[in-house]
Design a protein around this ligand. Structure first.
Ligand SMILES: [Zn+2]
Length: 274
């Protein structure tokens, strides 16, 4: 009876969260404050510089700064002058975890949000709204990250509402912070953009608190859970309308089936026999 009770508890615990990480090492920024810079280079985004700065500030205020168990604070840090390569180049020559970002373009200790019109590698499809490049990491440390917005002439981002745009950019910032996709539809980090989100899902909060735990006054950390699997797809091409989930979420289901079998065989002894 004890065994089955423990199995039941484990069953519900393992199926209760679904965030993933963007990097097998669980890399994160080491600073408590990460700055969000805007490369003021958009042509086809449908909004001007001041609206962009408002949008970026809202990704922090509505989403990533709202987790009470996380030490992280994001701050909108204004525009930043960058090379035109940020707008025209793929910036990334392969899709492996050590993606070869041009060293001249590396952004240190912050996240840069830039528009980009490169249509061969980055945005071959209008449905791809935005993407987070593989983060510039060293072991468990993220040194910098770049989010690209589809700025091709026919991109779909430009026709979205400001709230939808905030959701899309906030999702990409989640990747820049080290999070992968969540399997829960209410999460900001769910792979598909279903509708504009207004706040973090509890699963986003768990993921953020895992990577950026707030230290407690008496020692220890708020978040003690571990992700049930690692999302190693670090090169997120965001086709929000048709994301392939085929390789996601396998590990928790295998564990759930195994635990379910334990419960079944334990309880079977208690069943009346004919
Ligand atoms: Zn994504």
């Amino acid at each position: 009876m004890k065994t089955s009770l423990i199995a039941l508890i484990l069953f519900f615990q393992t199926s209760s969260w679904g965030f993933t990480l963007n990097n097998t090492a669980g890399a994160a920024f080491t600073e408590d404050e990460v700055k969000l810079y805007f490369a003021d280079n958009c042509v086809n985004s449908g909004i001007d510089t001041s609206e962009w700065l408002y949008l970026i500030s809202q990704t922090a205020l509505r989403f990533w700064n709202t987790a009470p168990t996380s030490r992280l604070t994001l701050s909108e840090a204004g525009t930043r002058s960058v090379s035109t390569a940020f707008y025209t180049d793929s910036l990334c020559t392969n899709s492996s975890s050590d993606c070869d970002i041009n060293p001249d373009l590396v952004v240190s200790d912050n996240i840069l949000i830039s528009c980009n019109e490169e249509a061969t590698i980055n945005f071959p499809d209008d449905r791809i709204l935005a993407k987070a490049l593989p983060n510039n990491t060293n072991g468990k440390t993220i040194n910098g990250a770049i989010v690209l917005i589809n700025d091709t002439a026919t991109n779909r981002f430009q026709s979205m509402s400001i709230d939808e745009k905030i959701s899309v950019v906030a999702h990409e910032i989640g990747h820049a912070l080290g999070l992968g996709h969540s399997r829960f539809r209410e999460a900001l980090m769910y792979a598909e953009s279903l509708e504009s989100r207004t706040k973090l899902g509890w699963d986003d909060i768990e993921g953020l608190s895992f990577l950026y735990p707030k230290e407690q006054p008496f020692g220890g950390f708020c978040s003690t859970i571990r992700p049930d699997y690692i999302d190693t797809d670090v090169h997120h091409n965001h086709d929000h309308s048709a994301h392939d989930h085929s390789d996601e979420n396998k590990a928790p289901y295998v564990l759930m089936i195994m635990l379910g079998a334990v419960v079944f065989f334990t309880y079977r002894k208690l069943l009346p026999r004919l």
